[in-house]
Ligand binder design. Structure first.
Ligand code: FAD
Length: 293
């Protein structure tokens, strides 16, 4: 099934994200965490691409198992930075053979030493180029990334929105946002995006921060604004793993409740291979999600 249908569903729903093994985890550990998250039956699970320099091998394998063994709809991420045309086409054929119908099409961060100038010699310098390739390769449901606080390479939001519109015109069926910690930034972004004429669904991405040392990393990755309400929570509870985990989960739940209350029906949660965090969020929101746990 295409996950666009899940996103457009009238019900309030959540999806979760997992990532392939990095240096501090084995494939078996990631599979175990993924299966536990799958057992919670989110509306879909996305599998990120490229972590640990192992390319797409693990992404494909985790997505294949989720889709075919665990019976959970899967969104497999794919990045195009530095990728050759034949490799991408072979990967897309393999995705089709593996029964994966949903792809999150991304450029990926520029590796050290690569510049935007050298990227122009690449067959896919931008995510929109990859989206066109995927659209031409089969009947995939395609997601693309968007940035309520503007992508760090864009000088101004108008420029970012122009290229975002191009991604939708190239064939993106829906957009998922970068993490944000202040919902007003999302609402302002949505007004501006809709003004450009883009009508595809936008899925807010929420990151539960459950450890104080995640804060710096999250900020480096996303450049997201952290409101005082959030940083004071980290100041107060960051010293205690239990207190910080609880506070971080409840902050994420509070954001999700506000999104639901303001008309958003589907939220993607960056659960980072943590089944306990995914389960706690489902438990806190079970009444709204119409699920008994
Ligand atoms: P693009 O859409 O190509 O945009 C990158 C920059 O170029 C933007 O500033 C944009 O405005 C500009 N731009 C776009 N098109 C053009 C054009 N035609 N001409 C000039 N400028 C243009 N990274 C991973 O490695 N693996 C993952 O699995 C992964 N998953 C992600 C999921 C989400 C929801 C998000 C938000 C990000 C994810 N990322 C992932 C990070 C992402 O790869 C980086 O943010 C990357 O820097 C940009 O990718 P993009 O697809 O948004 O690129």
């Amino acid at each position: 099934m295409k996950i666009l249908q899940e996103i457009l569903d009238e019900k309030l729903t959540l999806s979760f994200e997992v990532f392939p093994p990095k240096n501090d985890s084995t494939f078996e550990e990631v599979l175990q965490a993924t299966e536990e998250i799958a057992a919670l039956k989110p509306s879909f699970i996305s599998v990120t691409y490229g972590a640990g320099g192992k390319g797409g091998r693990y992404t494909m394998e985790i997505a294949r198992r989720l889709q075919n063994t665990d019976g959970v709809e899967t969104l497999a991420h794919l990045t195009c930075v530095g990728a050759g045309r034949e490799d991408v086409r072979a990967y897309l054929r393999a995705m089709k053979d593996a029964g994966i119908h949903n792809i999150m099409a991304l450029r990926g961060d520029l590796p050290e030493g690569m510049t935007l100038e050298t990227m122009t010699n690449s067959p896919y310098p931008h995510a929109s180029d990859l989206i066109r390739e995927i659209r031409a390769s089969g009947d995939f449901c395609i997601g693309a990334a968007c940035y309520p606080e503007v992508h760090p390479e864009s000088a101004v939001q108008a420029e970012d929105l122009k290229w975002l519109k191009e991604k939708v015109e190239a064939g993106a069926d829906f957009l998922t946002t970068q993490m944000f910690f202040d919902n007003n930034l999302l609402y302002n972004f949505l007004y501006k995006l809709r003004e450009t004429g883009v009508t595809v669904p936008v899925v807010p991405g929420i990151m539960p921060i459950t450890r104080a040392n995640q804060v710096k990393r999250a900020q480096q990755l996303s450049g997201s604004f952290m409101p005082r309400r959030f940083t004071s929570l980290v100041d107060k509870f960051g010293y205690s793993p239990d207190a910080m985990k609880q506070a971080g989960i409840l902050y994420a739940c509070d954001q999700i409740i506000d999104l639901f209350a303001n008309g958003i029906r589907h939220v993607h949660v960056y659960t980072m291979n943590k089944p306990d965090v995914a389960e706690a969020i489902l438990n806190h929101l079970s009444g709204m999600l119409g699920r008994a746990f």
